[in-house]
Design a protein around this ligand. Structure first.
Ligand code: UDX
Length: 444
């Protein structure tokens, strides 16, 4: 008998998970409280950009393996699914730094009350340590006597832009559970990955929850570590990329996530790190994660550095025309949450510059957040008559830029490459004032 699977919450994580579960051969129902989202997903339309996902959703909506419904009392999926994945958001608390657990609590309790067949609830959302054990207690208390319902935790490590690949071929699977039977069910769900010998880590609730935040904290630390060295090479000289390459050859360190630049952003790393700090403070361990405060500060200082570098190059920002290339927090995404590029664009504007923004996918979301900036439809439109071009997100289109491509367009040949992706020597040879982060410039 194959398992029926429900996925509660059809945002970024849930929509991807639902489509990938259908791709693995399961019958899947995605549930959301928002009827508009359900309608558009049922037509294979996504409210966000993720390569390959709309096609996968359409494929399985058409094949009948994937449906999307609203199910306010969870009675439909509660009578149908064997496994319920909870993939609702855990945003930063309004006015606070901890995680807002309203949605995860409501979905779990709602499911526990609505379930009418023996089944397993599996949390996927990123939560503060201690949440799974608390929710397991609530599930036991709220579920009906006639049915056997339990809870496990299975954190998700997918990256935006690679969500489908990361879900179908994860580099490890982590399950927090106190039941061998539940673990066996999850092994069945992930049988295909297990056949490929994907590492399977079965552990307690607390470890499973902490694995996720520890991974995020480590990645953010790597980025801020190299960016801190950028501050040193900016002061003394040296080449930050060569430094990263050289330490990265040490397999204990590794080269990944050592790209110096304008820093990290997005809907996960910044909020998860703040939530981790808040949680350890609640546990009376304020001192334990103070290094993360420093990571956050280093990260934010990089944005400021781009602004001061721009100002130094232009003498003053007021009245200058600046093209900002890239306002998503990273390429292959339309996500502008906590985006360094968008923050830089807004700071330049606030300092009096005329800012012209171009992003291949992010303009619409950025305009919702900062409507005062000018958004244009092409790189050429942004660069036209610019006194300075600032590259803030390393989309391929920008990585392929050459001096010849911009020479006739800009008013002044001045460039800040805030992601260190272009060959500085070529630009300098072509007569550009060309600045990158982590490099020493006399007077800048
Ligand atoms: C991240 C984690 O990678 C993922 O495992 C977790 O589930 C969610 O958070 P994501 O937010 O999609 O995924 O982005 P990621 O690719 O990790 O990049 C995060 C930020 O770091 C981006 O703003 C990126 O530009 C920046 N970054 C990354 C750097 O500045 N330098 C690097 O070397 C790598």
């Amino acid at each position: 008998m194959t398992l029926n699977i429900s996925v509660i919450g059809t945002g970024y994580l849930g929509a991807t998970h639902a489509a990938c579960m259908a791709e693995l051969g399961f019958d899947v129902i995605g549930v959301d409280v928002d009827p508009e989202k359900i309608d558009s997903l049922s037509r294979g339309e996504l409210p966000f950009h993720e390569p390959g996902l709309p096609e996968l959703i359409r494929k399985h909506v058409d094949s009948g393996k994937l449906r999307f419904i609203t199910d306010p009392d969870y009675s439909t999926v509660g009578a149908w699914a064997d496994v319920h994945f909870v993939a609702v958001g855990t945003p930063q608390q309004p006015g606070g730094t901890g995680a807002d657990l309203t949605y995860v609590d409501a979905a779990t309790v709602g499911l526990a009350e609505g379930i009418t067949k023996d089944s397993l609830i599996v949390g996927k959302s990123t939560v503060p340590v201690g949440t799974a054990r608390r929710l397991a207690g609530l599930v036991e208390e709220k579920s009906r006597d006639a049915v056997n319902v339990s809870l496990s935790w299975n954190p998700e490590f997918l990256r935006e832009g690679f969500a489908v690949k990361d879900t179908l071929t994860p580099d490890r699977l982590v399950v927090g559970t106190d039941s061998d039977a539940d673990e066996a069910v999850l092994r069945e769900v992930y049988a295909e990955a297990l056949e490929r010998e994907t590492p399977w880590i079965s552990t307690d609730f607390e470890t499973a929850e902490l694995v996720k935040v520890a991974a995020n904290a480590f990645l953010a630390t790597k980025i801020s570590f190299i960016n801190a060295f950028s501050e040193v090479t900016e002061a003394v000289g040296g080449n930050i990329t060569t430094l990263a390459d050289a330490i990265g050859f040490d397999t204990r360190i590794g080269r990944k996530f050592l790209n110096a630049g304008v820093g990290f952003g997005g809907g996960c790393l910044p909020k998860d790190i703040r939530a981790l700090q808040t949680r350890v403070s609640e546990l009376g361990l304020d001192h334990t994660m103070t290094f993360l405060d420093e990571m956050d500060k280093i990260n934010l200082r990089r944005r400021e550095r781009v602004v001061t570098l721009s100002e130094n190059i232009l003498d003053e920002l007021a009245g200058k025309r600046i093209a900002v290339l890239g306002v998503t927090f990273k390429p292959l995404s339309d996500d502008v949450r906590d985006s360094p590029g968008l923050d830089v664009a807004n700071r330049l504007y606030t300092a009096g510059a005329e800012v012209s923004v171009y992003d291949p996918e992010g303009n619409a979301n950025a305009a919702k957040r900062f409507p005062r900036l000018e958004y244009v439809e092409s790189l050429a439109d942004a660069a036209k008559d610019a006194d300075l071009v600032v590259l803030t997100t390393e989309w391929n289109e920008f990585k392929e830029l050459t001096p010849a491509g911009l020479d006739g367009l800009v008013a002044q040949k001045r460039f800040v490459d805030a992601r260190n992706v272009l060959p500085a020597a070529d630009w300098e040879k072509a007569g550009w004032t060309f600045a990158q982060l982590g490099r020493f410039y006399d007077g800048l």
